[in-house]
Design a protein around this ligand. Structure first.
Ligand code: ADP
Ligand code: MG
Length: 746
């Protein structure tokens, strides 16, 4: 190879860069930049194109603009206690300013230390042509000043000494004959007189307080020494996609010649981030599926078929297709590694049960894992009735199960067919006689390496794995978070479901909501005895089942007063499993009209006569959680109403509520959620994906993501050890770090 690779540069200490002496080295290291490679990956936050910025002399008032100029003077004063005003005069970035003076027209050097003379001319025109001839390339105009004011930002005086070149973004106003800008956004570009090339200036995110222009210098120095950069991505991947070389991309993104170059460079760097991740996922999938020994389950033993035939409804086409995918995987000698996606109510439970029984019918055991004990109980309550008539032995295992020891024993000796519990079920080495299939309810994220851990339990063949997402996730996100899995979609709802009208209400609307609940209780529910029913969901209390239960109890007591004429019940996570079951049975049968509940009702609760839901303090719930809750409605009769009681204080919460009102479509809500929260928050901490995406945005860059994925998977299919692509292999290993270590252990 001819040039330097990024991996090599990640091994070159930052102190080797020209200009990084003395105190800068430790500062950069503190900011996470300890090598030349990391410095080169400290990308500009944005670029300022000087040819597009508005000249100071022509700034329109009261409009958001960006101007570039040089600080001419800066002063600060304290008119009274608690108020510091810093005022800077900013002038256009030219070497001379032309002004009228008593002695005629003068050209005054802006950088007074430069030794250039003050010149006197007969006219402005004469002055301008002299400057143009004397200092080629510098436009001299008769120029105004912009007066910039900062309140209580004393540090500006140190940040912006005279001679500093700045980009200012804000609104200018004419005030007492001056053009003034109050508290603009400031980007320090550099030092005037420090002649720069190119008209597009990178603006760097501050690293440990180091100014953008100093980072720019260091990066320019580092680039000069490191180029040309090696390209680890094969030409036959790059050229069909029209991607520029690594070398062009890195230097062209820091220091673009023009906007087009900046866009091309950006596209390649985004591709690289996504491609590295997809190569890692492709390698993971290869290790987990193609190279692993699994169980070839039998499809003909009859139990799964008998179960499906006994269902009181016909399966949807989507369910049939997905069950088919699963059976094909399960019959193959490689372990299944599949993600099942479907909106609330799309019928995932039946599909999961078909998979479990496909294992059970051949003498294997199944496990269902939920992220919390409460959810595990809910799953158990939802699944168990489905197989009661098929002589399948099911057990619930939680840390608080009274019969825990005997259940463990039965799991060991094989007298339990399907066990439901939390992830601890297999992570803490509960011994199965023969675990054949695990279904994971992916309410919370379960990282790739956790899936690996799970696989590496025990030394027999790997069980099949079906991961279910209770809420849909945008396709681009699932390609990133679950890129090592095959995906099945339940994209068809079982039957027309009655409409749900969602309304965002305030405290003033409560009487109207309560009337709706009363009116529905008096409306017969079709064939079922009694009236229609309402859920009242109590405020979420983060991280405390106890406090959440307390608030539900208080609300239950209050609502018994409000609905003196109705039968009000209560369910929360701190109740004993028996009591919960009893509360649900009373609500489903005709012994309750209103059920006050915590989020324990989020999954698996199916009460056809429920037509109203009131979610209190709805702004405290996440979007996917609200969608799950609303999914408890519309289970049989209609119309249905979902009231979200909230007086949100943040823009984010308002956006969530507005999204809920706007659509019922889980996939649209999922995209909206990603947009509102940003991708940073949806990646698990330790998961590959989070810190590795600096420039890529999986929503905006969806097309690049799809291309990167396709390229990565076909490359790994042809070269599963990347033996023919050592540069790429090293780059994935080094840049993705310990998250992918396991991939490179033999
Ligand atoms: P999910 O878990 O995907 O939210 P469920 O599996 O709980 O959905 O199914 C929702 C409801 O639809 C349940 O009452 C279930 O019995 C019912 N159901 C599932 N599949 C069908 C079908 N093919 N036809 C009619 N009803 C169905
Ligand atoms: Mg379900």
């Amino acid at each position: 190879m001819s040039g330097r690779s990024l991996v090599y540069l990640h091994g070159v200490e930052i102190e080797r860069v020209k200009g990084v002496g003395g105190r800068l080295g430790p500062k950069l290291r503190e900011a996470g930049i300890s090598s030349v490679g990391e410095l080169l990956m400290h990308y500009p936050r944005r670029h300022v194109d000087r040819s597009l910025v508005v000249p100071i002399s022509r700034v329109p008032p009261a409009t958001e603009v960006t101007v570039v100029g040089v600080v001419r003077a800066i002063t600060s004063r304290r008119p009274r206690r608690g108020l510091t005003i810093v005022e800077a005069q900013v002038v256009p970035d030219v070497d001379y300013e032309i002004r009228s003076a008593p002695e005629g027209v003068v050209a005054v050097p802006l950088d007074e230390a430069s030794g250039m003379p003050v010149m006197t001319f007969a006219s402005h025109r004469e002055a301008a042509s002299w400057i143009a001839a004397e200092v080629p390339g510098i436009a001299a105009r008769t120029l105004g000043s912009l007066w910039v004011t900062f309140f209580n930002q004393a540090f500006r005086e140190r940040q912006l000494p005279p001679g500093t070149e700045v980009a200012l973004s804000g609104k200018a106003e004419h005030f007492r004959g001056r053009l003034q800008m109050k508290s603009p956004v400031v980007d320090v570009l550099g030092r005037a007189g420090h002649r720069r090339t190119g008209r597009i200036v990178p603006v760097y995110p501050s690293a440990a307080g180091i100014a953008s222009w100093r980072l720019e210098e260091m990066i320019a120095n580092a680039l000069r020494r490191s180029r040309p950069l090696d390209d680890p991505v094969p030409e036959d991947v790059l050229s069909p996609l029209g991607l520029v070389s690594r070398d062009e991309a890195v230097s062209g993104y820091h220091f673009p010649d023009d906007e087009r170059g900046r866009v091309e460079a950006h596209r390649r760097l985004v591709f690289d981030e996504l491609f590295r991740l997809q190569v890692a996922l492709a390698l993971a999938k290869h290790r987990l599926v193609d190279e692993s020994e699994g169980i070839a389950h039998t499809l003909d033993a009859g139990l799964a078929d008998a179960f499906l035939e006994a269902l009181p409804f016909a399966l949807t086409r989507a369910q049939l297709r997905v069950i088919d995918d699963i059976r094909r995987d399960m019959a193959s000698p490689h372990p299944m590694h599949r993600l099942l996606q479907g909106d609330v109510g799309s019928g995932k439970t039946v599909v999961a049960m078909a998979a479990l029984l496909t294992g059970v019918q051949g003498g294997y055991q199944g496990a269902v894992m939920a992220p919390t004990e409460v959810l595990a109980e809910q799953h158990f309550l939802g699944l168990e009735p489905l197989v009661r008539r098929h002589a399948v032995r099911m057990a619930l295992l939680t840390s608080s199960s009274p019969d825990r020891e005997s259940t463990l024993e039965r799991i060991r000796d094989g007298t339990v067919d399907i066990v439901v519990g939390t992830h601890a079920l297999i992570q803490e080495g509960v011994r199965f006689r023969a675990l054949g299939i695990a279904v994971i309810d992916e309410q919370h994220r379960f990282g790739v390496h956790q899936r690996v851990q799970l696989r590496e339990q025990g030394d027999g063949p790997s069980p099949d794995l079906l991961i279910m997402t209770a809420t849909p996730i945008p396709r681009t996100l699932s390609m990133t978070l679950y890129g090592d899995l095959d995906v099945s979609m339940l994209d068809e709802m079982p039957a027309e479901r009655p409409d749900v009208t969602t309304e965002w209400v305030g405290a003033d609307d409560l009487p109207r909501v309560y009337n709706r609940i009363r009116e529905q209780a008096e409306t017969p529910c079709g064939a079922a005895p009694g009236g229609r029913k309402a859920f009242v969901v109590c405020p979420l209390v983060t991280d405390s089942d106890k406090l959440e239960a307390a608030s539900a109890i208080a609300e239950y007591e209050r609502l018994q007063g409000v609905f003196a004429d109705l039968r009000v019940g209560l369910i929360h996570g701190q109740m004993r499993a028996d009591d919960k079951r009893e509360a649900m049975a009373a609500f489903r049968g005709d012994r309750l009209d209103v059920l006050v509940a915590t989020t324990v009702i989020e999954v698996g609760i199916d009460v056809p006569c429920s037509t109203v839901m009131l979610v209190e303090d709805a702004d405290r719930f996440g979007l996917s959680q609200l969608h799950q809750l609303r999914g408890r409605l519309s289970r049989g009769v209609g119309p249905n109403w979902c009231y979200l009681l909230a007086e949100p204080t943040t823009a984010e919460a308002q956006a969530r509520l507005a999204a809920m009102v706007a659509t019922n479509d889980g996939f649209r809500l999922a995209e909206e959620d990603l947009r509102i929260r940003g991708q940073g928050t949806v990646f698990g901490e330790r998961q590959a994906g989070s810190g590795d995406l600096r420039l890529a945005d999986i929503l905006r860059d969806a097309t690049v993501l799809v291309a990167a994925r396709r390229a990565a998977f076909s490359l790994v299919a042809a070269d599963p050890d990347l033996a023919g692509h050592p540069g790429l292999r090293e780059e994935v290993r080094v840049l993705l770090g310990d998250k992918v270590d396991w991939l490179f252990r033999s």
